[in-house]
Design a binder for this molecule. Structure first.
Ligand SMILES: [Zn+2]
Length: 259
């Protein structure tokens, strides 16, 4: 069977059962499920990792998403989605299940968070928050970096002068954030990131200044983003915003202001 997205190509030969296009699509997704064991992370429909219906429902724009309380000095954080439902399933699917096919749609969400209402002009450099090296080794990939790379590619296609630089690394001794409250997270993270000097040199900011955007998958308390911002600003770099795929629901403010 030919697995094609071209309706004409996937239409069965006359006399093969008379499927129409929609049924053929269902058969195709069913076949993909059998081949790949896949199902939509949003609605569990067999087939693609993200079905067209769930994909269409994803937000196309981003909003400011201040955490409560706001870490002192945090630049404006922007999120494309609320961390629930399909967006949450996508983040976890990539991070915990290694569903690399989700990096593209997650990249679209992050691209919206980076570019929404960002004043035009000049070079923009996306800085993914660093993951623990042990976690990256165990997963075999770095989801935050992968999504950031996809976002940059999309934004370049849209005409933005944007690159990605992994300028930060974690010091040893930082424990997993899960299960920690806001104060514990802040204490765990304070001073936890440092600049990768070689990466900073390679980025060539003296020759080509840039506005930096700290990128992460999820914003919860904001302490991770704040620490990344701190580490970059110590070197005199210009951090203009934090961009995330999704922010935890109670921290989204419809008015776009802290509180
Ligand atoms: Zn779906």
């Amino acid at each position: 069977m030919r697995l094609s997205t071209d309706p004409a190509g996937s239409r069965p030969a006359p006399g093969a059962g008379g499927f129409d296009g929609a049924v053929t699509g269902t058969v195709r997704d069913g076949a993909l499920d059998l081949l790949l064991g896949g199902a939509c992370v949003g609605c569990a429909r067999p087939g693609r990792l993200l079905c067209p219906g769930c994909r269409d429902e994803l937000p196309a724009a981003a909003t400011p998403a201040w955490p409560t309380p706001v870490p002192a000095g945090l630049v404006e954080p922007w999120a494309a989605a609320v961390y629930e439902g399909t967006a949450r399933a996508m983040v976890l699917g990539l991070k915990e299940r290694g569903l690399l096919g989700l990096a593209g749609p997650l990249g679209s969400l992050l691209a919206a968070a980076v570019s929404c209402e960002l004043p035009r002009g000049g070079r923009v450099v996306l800085v993914p928050v660093p993951s623990r090296p042990r976690t990256v080794r165990a997963r075999g990939h770095d989801p935050t970096r992968a999504v950031t790379l996809r976002a940059a590619r999309l934004l370049r296609r849209g005409g933005l002068d944007v690159g990605v630089a992994s300028l930060l690394r974690l010091r040893a001794g930082v424990v997993d954030q899960a299960g920690l409250d806001a104060a514990q997270r802040a204490a765990n993270l304070r001073g936890s990131m440092r600049l990768r000097a070689l990466a900073v040199r390679r980025a060539g900011f003296e020759r080509r200044p840039a506005r930096l955007v700290v990128c992460d998958d999820v914003l919860t308390t904001g302490s991770t983003a704040r620490e990344a911002q701190r580490a970059l600003e110590v070197a005199g770099l210009d951090v203009v915003r934090v961009a995330v795929v999704a922010a935890t629901p109670r921290r989204i403010s419809p008015a776009g202001h802290p509180g």
